[in-house]
Design a protein around this ligand. Structure first.
Ligand code: IMP
Length: 431
C-alpha cells in the first residue's frame, strides 16, 4: 500500500487526467483536494475521450471510492451534470462511489458574475480566468462569508446567508461593475433544487480517508492546475486562487503529511499556459503554432488556445522543490516527433548575468529573464508504440536523460500518446 500525490509541475494542462487514470488502477481511493471546475482533466479510454472538471479521474475505474475534499470549491449544477453524463455515457455508478466533503465551499451565481465582471473591468490587465467563479468563491471562504456543502442542507441558514451575501454582492455588482443585480429567492430556489440529489454524497470525507489509510488501502491524491498557478508560489497575480502544490493535499483532504509516500510531478515534454502572465520560453512563431496544432493545445474547460513554448527546466526544478516531487511523469513526448532541433531551457539569464535556479517573484524581473537553451537532435520515428524505454529513438532518450540530469529526479513514466496503453512505465510509485 502507498499514498501518492499527483501534481502538475508547470502551468496546468500537463496531462494529469491520463496519469491519474493509470494510477487509479493501483489505488483504492482517489481524492481531489483543491480547485473546482476551472480544471479539465482529459482521459482517453478505448479511443473515447472523457473530460472531467470536478469528479476525480479515478471514477472511470468501477469500484473505487472517489472523494471531493474540503479544499475544493464546488458548483453543484456542474457536478450533477457531470454525474449524469458519467452515469449515462460511461455506465458508471458515479452516484454510489462518490463522496463530497461537507466542508467544501459552494460556488454561487454571484461568484461567477463577479469573476466575469471583474475581468471585463480590468481590460488588458485581466488575469484570463476561466470565468467559473473560482477566485470569488475562495475569497468568500477566507472572508468567512462562504456557503459550505453542509450549509446547503440547512434551508433556514441557506436563505439567510444568500440574502446577507447578496446585500453586499449586489451593491458591488451594480455600483462598481455596472451589472444587473441578482435575486436572492431565485438563487435559493435553484440551490434547494440540488439538495436532495447531493445529500447522500455529503459527509465528513476526512473520516473516510483516515479509515481507508488505517485499513492499509492505497490513496491517490489528484492535484489540479500546476505549481506555477499556485496562489503563493505561482506567477502572482496570474495564478489560480488555491494552493496547487503537494502540501495542499494535506489541508484539502485533511490528512497529515506523514501519511504520504510519494509525490509524482507531471511534466509535459514542452511547456504551455492559458491566460495571461509571464512565460519565459514562450514561442510566438510558427513553432509555437505547430506544437499547439499537433498537441491539440486548446483548453479542456474553456477551449482557449494555449500558449506554447520549449520545456523550461527552471520551472520544473522549482516545482520539484515546492512539492517534494519524487518522480516525474513526462507526457506528450510524441508531440515533439519531427521537430529538429529541439530546445530545452536550462537556466535564466537575468540583468545581473546570473542564471538563477528559481523563478523570481517580481514579475518585472521575471519578464526580463532570457532563457538559456541547450539544443537536441530531434527524431522522426513514430514513438506511439514504444512499450519500453529501449524502444525509444536515441535522440528521444537523450532528451529524457538530460531532463533527469537537470532535475535530479527519476522518471517514473513517459506518455507517448493519449490512450491508456500508449505509456512506458519505468517505476510504479504504489509498489
Ligand atoms: P481561475 O482559476 O479560473 O481563477 O483562473 C486563474 C488562472 O489559472 C488563469 O490563467 C487560468 O487560465 C488558469 N487556470 C485555472 N485552471 C486551470 C487549469 O486547469 N489548467 C490550466 N490553467 C488553469
Amino acid at each position: 500500500m502507498a499514498n501518492v500525490i499527483v501534481v502538475g509541475s508547470q502551468w496546468g494542462d500537463e496531462g494529469k487526467g491520463k496519469v491519474v487514470d493509470l494510477y487509479a488502477r493501483e489505488a483504492d481511493v482517489i481524492v481531489r483536494f483543491q480547485g473546482g471546475n476551472n480544471a479539465g482533466h482529459t482521459l482517453v479510454v478505448n479511443g473515447k475521450k472523457t473530460i472531467l472538471h470536478l469528479v476525480p479521474s479515478g471514477i472511470l475505474h468501477p469500484g473505487k471510492t472517489c472523494i471531493m475534499g474540503n479544499g475544493l470549491v464546488i458548483n453543484p449544477r456542474v457536478l450533477l451534470e457531470e454525474i449524469d453524463t458519467l452515469n449515462a455515457e460511461e455506465a458508471i455508478s458515479a452516484d454510489t462511489d462518490l463522496f463530497i466533503s461537507e466542508r467544501a465551499h459552494v460556488i454561487m451565481p454571484y461568484h461567477m458574475r463577479y469573476d466575469l465582471a471583474r475581468e471585463k473591468l480590468k481590460g488588458n490587465k485581466k488575469i484570463g480566468t476561466t470565468g467559473r467563479g473560482i477566485g470569488p468563491a475562495y475569497e468568500d471562504k477566507m472572508a468567512r462569508t462562504g456557503i459550505r456543502m453542509c450549509d446547503l442542507m440547512n434551508e433556514t441558514m441557506l436563505k439567510e446567508r444568500i440574502a446577507s451575501n447578496l446585500d453586499e454582492k449586489n451593491f458591488y455588482l451594480t455600483q462598481y461593475c455596472g451589472e444587473k443585480p441578482l435575486d436572492a429567492q431565485e438563487i435559493f430556489d435553484e440551490y434547494c433544487g440540488y439538495i436532495e440529489r447531493l445529500r447522500p454524497h455529503i459527509t465528513d470525507t476526512s473520516v473516510i480517508v483516515s479509515e481507508k489509510i488505517g485499513e492499509g488501502k492505497s490513496v491517490l491524491f489528484e492535484g489540479a492546475q500546476g505549481a506555477h498557478l499556485d496562489i503563493d508560489y505561482g506567477t502572482y497575480p496570474f495564478v489560480t486562487a488555491s494552493n496547487t502544490i503537494a502540501g495542499a493535499a494535506t489541508t484539502g483532504a485533511a490528512l497529515g503529511p506523514t501519511s504520504i509516500n510519494a509525490v509524482i510531478g507531471i511534466c509535459k515534454a514542452y511547456t504551455t499556459r492559458v491566460g495571461q502572465g509571464p512565460f519565459v520560453t514562450e514561442l510566438t512563431d510558427d513553432m509555437g503554432n505547430r506544437i499547439r496544432d499537433i498537441g491539440q493545445e486548446y483548453g479542456a474547460t474553456t477551449g482557449r488556445p494555449r500558449r506554447c513554448g520549449w520545456l523550461d527546466t527552471v520551472v520544473v526544478r522549482q516545482a520539484i522543490r515546492l512539492s517534494g516531487i519524487t518522480g516525474l511523469a513526462v507526457t506528450k513526448l510524441d508531440v515533439l516527433t519531427g521537430i529538429d532541433p529541439l530546445r530545452m531551457c536550462v537556466g535564466y539569464r537575468t540583468d545581473t548575468g546570473v542564471s538563477p535556479d528559481y523563478v523570481p517573484a517580481d514579475l518585472d524581473m521575471l519578464e526580463r529573464c532570457e532563457p538559456v537553451y541547450e539544443e537536441f537532435d530531434g527524431w522522426t520515428e513514430d514513438i506511439s508504440r514504444a512499450a519500453k524505454r529501449e524502444d525509444l529513438p536515441p535522440q528521444a532518450e537523450r532528451y529524457l536523460q538530460r531532463l533527469e540530469e537537470l532535475t535530479g529526479v527519476p522518471l517514473c513514466l513517459v506518455s507517448v500518446g493519449p490512450g491508456r496503453d500508449e505509456t512506458i512505465v519505468f517505476h510504479n510509485p504504489f509498489k
